[in-house]
Design a protein around this ligand. Structure first.
Ligand code: NAD
Ligand code: SER
Length: 321
């Protein structure tokens, strides 16, 4: 393997839900200039991204990616650019092209220049034949195009690790709940949107049924998991290295609405399922994360109550400042 051109970090899809939080965490840890944020779109002028290095980059442009890797002295890529499940169901071709094509460009750059890679997977790799609590090792038969691209991403990552020794790591993130950036076109977006609606309107119309139960996680846990996995000793990572299940919280849409109503008296929610119901129904209720606990000591810190408190506190603070 070639020696990496440097030890700086490149983040693809940095302006999205995860990137917005991961970039600031990485900059706090390694220094502002150590982290090059990239995305296909420009950041808002008043956002944090205007205070650190940023480059416009499509993950489908392998040539520009490799040039940036060399010129900017990159050693690690956190590859977050993707098309999520709901947008993917509407535009399968784009989803396939960005999720698979982008991952190939990142892995090729990693192979050519000896880079480490974090490339997230998703609970969407599971399909309707999965157990309700999805084990780490089980058949992966997703019915969504997004899920299929995530399975391909795991297969590609494992191949680059086995064939070329590229240090690729990944987590099958549950639906993530956060307040800094809006959710980006996924099926689990209701668990984010409901908080803003509760504060702004006292009411939310939820696009999945009250009984819909999915694996979810508060963003702080997800960012900590990402850091922990990337910090883990290579020798401790087993066959799940490109797609570890990590457990956060499992709740129904109705339980989430009730937990919010306890904090915001008068909040109401009605449930009007749309096309995303079918996607949600194809995913498990929860995941078993024994491998992540054993291999790199994973443990979530947020339960439903703690997450609701954090979301309402931070969104309210943000609104009043
Ligand atoms: P997001 O949709 O919020 O952000 C994705 C970013 O990618 C956007 O800023 C978008 O502009 C950018 N992008 C799109 N096409 C691009 C291209 N061709 N080149 C460069 N950038 C491009 O997504 P997210 O929620 O931050 O997810 C990041 C990763 O985590 C994805 O791989 C996603 O599948 C995975 N994941 C997310 C969740 C979740 O709940 N957020 C759950 C499981 C897995
Ligand atoms: N939160 C993502 C979605 O709903 C799951 O990967 O698409």
């Amino acid at each position: 393997m070639a020696e990496a051109p440097g030890d700086r970090i490149l983040v693809t899809g940095a302006l999205g839900q995860i990137g917005t939080e991961l970039v600031s965490t990485l900059r706090k840890r390694y220094g502002r200039d150590a982290v090059l944020a990239t995305d296909i779109r420009d950041p808002d002028q008043d956002s944090n991204f205007s205070q650190g290095p940023f480059a416009k980059l499509s993950v489908l442009d392998g040539e520009s990616m490799e040039r940036i890797v060399v010129e900017e002295g990159i050693g690690t890529i956190f590859h977050l650019a993707a098309i999520l499940s709901a947008t993917g169901e509407k535009d399968p071709e784009l989803c396939q092209r960005v999720n698979v094509g982008g991952t190939v460009c990142v892995l090729e750059a990693a192979r050519d220049f000896g880079l480490r890679v974090f490339s997230p997977s998703s609970i969407a790799v599971f399909g309707p034949d999965s157990l309700k609590t999805a084990p780490q090792s089980s058949p992966l038969n997703p019915t969504t195009i997004y899920g299929k691209t995530k399975v391909t991403g795991e297969v590609l990552g494992m191949n680059y690790w086995k064939q070329y020794g590229v240090d690729v790591r990944g987590i099958r993130f549950p639906g993530l709940v956060s307040w800094k950036a809006p959710a980006g076109g996924g099926t689990t977006d209701y668990a984010v949107d409901i908080f803003r609606a509760a504060l702004d309107d006292g009411h939310y119309e939820c696009f999945v049924s009250e009984e819909t139960r999915l694996p979810m996680m508060y963003i702080d846990d997800a960012i900590r998991a990402t850091e922990n996995l990337m910090d883990a000793d290579k020798a401790h990572l087993g066959t799940s290295r490109v797609g570890y299940n990590i457990r956060g919280i499992s709740f129904t849409a109705g339980e989430l609405a009730d937990a919010i109503a306890e904090k915001i008296p008068g909040f109401t929610c009605n449930f009007v399922p749309d096309f995303r119901q079918k996607v949600a129904d194809s995913w498990p209720d929860d995941v078993d994360d024994m491998s992540a606990r054993e291999d790199w000591g994973w443990k979530a810190e947020y339960d439903l109550d703690k997450m609701v408190d954090e979301m309402l506190f931070n969104l309210s603070k943000n609104q009043s400042s």
